[in-house]
Design a protein around this ligand. Structure first.
Ligand SMILES: NC(=O)c1ccc[n+]([C@@H]2O[C@H](COP(=O)([O-])OP(=O)(O)OC[C@H]3O[C@@H](n4cnc5c(N)ncnc54)[C@H](O)[C@@H]3O)[C@@H](O)[C@H]2O)c1
Ligand SMILES: [Zn+2]
Length: 378
């Protein structure tokens, strides 16, 4: 599959077992001399050795850089450490950088590659579902600042993306399921057939059957690539990728990035934004219910944690998608089709309080004795 962006075009290769057999690609890309392989401790344990072996078999002198795992590593301090290694090994303009890991490693390595000597070639070898279906494609790189996530960064496209779906088998279960939320997102925003495929095959997907993992990653990448090609720098079309992320990001922020991991917040966000779309008359109730049901099938949470509606709105306002006090949302019209439209504060509060009233009513109507739900009915 290729992403056509003029002289920044590149291929995405999806192949089971690719990390163990990437020497051909190393050769084809013309990697020579020194190359850095940035990874984290968890990923390194499983996949660093084969990648180093393949590079060595092509006569490349590989320098491994193993970072502590997790979002805490996504800082300028880490970027400086990686730059120090590149400079002290006298990396040149033509030296390659490989990002072997999840979105955290990809974002750090990509950003470092973008700024070392004003840009060295880099290759993404994503190993999480989020990275394979989303972050490795599109060229957004960067790190966090203490005042905000992804505040520092650059658009910098990789030379190639090497996806080995088999690496997903060692991913912790929670990360796998959270990643499925992003995969479902592609069905909702662009492809009804893909969405029904996911509905039908959810049990096998949860078991991580190789053919299904490959298909899920492949279709997600195709849709992401298509959107990125139409809009590399996020003006309009690329906004549709933010479906589920307006409320999702607000919940992540309010939970201090601890209670929910990204994909889990997006799962709730997709259900709630669909509910809001049906409240606004943009889609039928059945669309919102279908989204809720597939999210539940995956074992993801669908209910909103209880936060005051004003707090959620304020957190939503901190997002980039705000124009004149209104939040620009992405709303499903039907499965496979979304619309971008603003929402204002009073409407948001009205939707939220109706959800709460429904929750109270349904509790009142039930035959008592059941514990109070910790979340609202939305
Ligand atoms: N650049 C973009 O367009 C973009 C898009 C989405 C997300 N992101 C960024 O991606 C980051 C999240 O990425 P993520 O969800 O991949 O998290 P991550 O990179 O932190 O990986 C999650 C955990 O899984 C481990 N891991 C990774 N691959 C593994 C494997 N195959 N086997 C076993 N363990 C493995 C990691 O060590 C880590 O502990 C965030 O920082 C987010 O901002 C960027
Ligand atoms: Zn996301």
């Amino acid at each position: 599959m290729s992403v056509s962006l003029g002289d920044r075009s590149y291929n995405i290769l999806i192949q089971a077992g690719l990390v163990n057999r990437c020497a051909d690609r190393v050769h084809e890309l013309g990697v020579r001399g020194k190359a850095a392989v940035v990874t984290d401790r968890h990923v390194g344990r499983h996949y660093l050795r084969p990648v180093l072996r393949e590079l060595a078999s092509c006569g490349v002198e590989a320098v491994p850089i193993v970072l502590p795992p997790g979002e805490q590593s996504k800082t300028l301090t880490t970027v400086k450490q990686v730059l120090d290694v590149l400079a002290s090994h006298r990396f040149e303009r033509s030296s390659f950088m490989f990002a072997l890991g999840g979105g955290v490693v990809g974002d750090i390595a990509g950003f470092t590659a973008a700024i070392y000597q004003r840009g060295i070639p880099f290759v993404q070898i994503p190993t999480t579902l989020i990275a394979q279906s989303d972050s490795s494609v599109g060229g957004k790189t960067g790190v966090d600042h203490q005042l905000g996530k992804n505040l520092i960064g650059a658009f910098y496209q990789p030379r190639e993306v090497w996806i080995d779906p088999l690496t997903l088998r060692t991913l912790p279960k929670r990360e796998w399921i959270a990643g499925l939320a992003e995969v479902m997102k592609y069905g909702i925003i662009a492809d009804e057939k893909f969405f029904s495929y996911l509905e039908r095959h959810m049990p096998a997907l949860l078991k991580r059957e190789p053919a299904l993992m490959t298909e899920a990653v492949k279709r997600s990448c195709e849709i992401k690539a298509e959107v990125v090609m139409a809009d590399e720098r996020e003006s309009d079309r690329r906004r549709i990728l933010n479906y589920g992320h307006t409320i999702g990001h607000a919940l992540e922020t309010l939970g201090g990035y601890r209670s929910l991991i990204h994909g889990e917040a997006v799962g709730i966000g997709m259900v709630q934004e669909a509910d809001l779309a049906s409240f606004l008359g943009i889609c039928d109730r059945s669309v919102a219910e279908r989204i809720r049901s597939v999210v539940r099938m995956a074992g993801l949470r669908d209910r909103m944690p209880v936060w005051p509606s004003t707090k959620i709105w304020r957190a939503m306002l901190h997002d980039k998608k705000v124009v004149g006090g209104q939040v620009i949302g992405v709303w499903p019209v039907a499965i496979g089709q979304v619309r971008i439209a603003p929402i204002d504060e009073p409407t948001f509060h009205r939707w939220y309080s109706e959800g709460r009233r429904d929750a109270v009513l349904s509790r009142g109507a039930s035959k008592g004795g059941r514990p109070m739900p910790k979340s609202r009915s939305h």
